[in-house]
Design a protein around this ligand. Structure first.
Ligand code: GDP
Length: 212
């Protein structure tokens, strides 16, 4: 990704009605396909969906306000941990994805969570996505185990399959976005953001002049 693209992406993510959602997890767990199907593409059984975009967008309306929900895929970044810091910046929702037929992808969620915690600190809204449930005969991680891990880390849980039209995945994202929006009431007129939890008024980053 070029530096210019990063700058544009950062500006995009600081736009108040944009919500950056990142899908993290080992390569091959189905992140690209989940995003693809959730945004109206066909399931891709053969190879990775090649895309020059960093994210795919869906628009979700909550209380008459439209939110641009940008679903970011870690295209190859799994191999280049040094790139993850830039990539994870400004994420509001993190979805940890594993493949139910590969225990190692479930086990490595702990490492992914450590990486996220180091970079982002406390992420407001977190989900665990058990993918490839169509392959239940080859399952190595039972649904209960995934659910238990999600409970442990305070995340919502979904058991789905990109291949089966990503069952409930879009609704799951909507639920996460609502949770995020309800935690952080976002004013439509862009003047201020009220952090309900801390009862603090925050300056909108867009109002600040950039120094570099
Ligand atoms: P990523 O590397 O995490 O982005 O994973 P991809 O979306 O590229 O998927 C990796 C492989 O798993 C591809 O061959 C997909 O066709 C396949 N795949 C993804 N999701 C599913 C699913 O729900 N069921 C099955 N059977 N295969 C899947």
């Amino acid at each position: 990704m070029a530096d210019d693209d990063n700058d544009n992406d950062d500006e995009e993510e600081q736009n108040q009605n944009s919500i950056k959602v990142i899908l993290v997890g080992d390569s091959g767990t189905g992140k690209t396909n989940l995003i693809g199907v959730a945004t109206g593409q066909q399931f891709n059984a053969a190879t990775l969906t090649t895309t020059t975009c960093s994210y795919m967008r869906i628009v979700i309306k909550i209380n008459d306000i439209e939110y641009k929900v940008n679903l970011w895929d870690t295209i190859g970044q799994e191999k280049y941990k040094s790139m993850t810091k830039i990539f994870f910046k400004n994420s509001k929702i993190v979805l940890y994805v594993y493949d139910v037929t590969k225990r190692e992808t479930f086990d490595s969620l702990k490492n992914w969570k450590n990486t996220i915690d180091e970079i982002l600190g406390d992420v407001p809204t977190v989900g665990v996505v058990a993918n490839k449930c169509d392959l239940y005969l080859e399952e190595q991680v039972k649904e209960n185990e995934g659910k238990q891990y999600a409970d442990e880390i305070g995340a919502k849980f979904i058991y789905t399959s990109a291949k089966l039209d990503a069952i409930n995945f879009k609704a799951f994202i909507e639920e996460m976005v609502k949770e995020y929006v309800n935690k952080f009431e976002i004013k439509k007129n862009n003047e201020i953001i009220i952090d309900k939890k801390n009862h603090k008024k925050k300056e909108n980053k867009n109002d600040r002049k950039k120094c570099c």
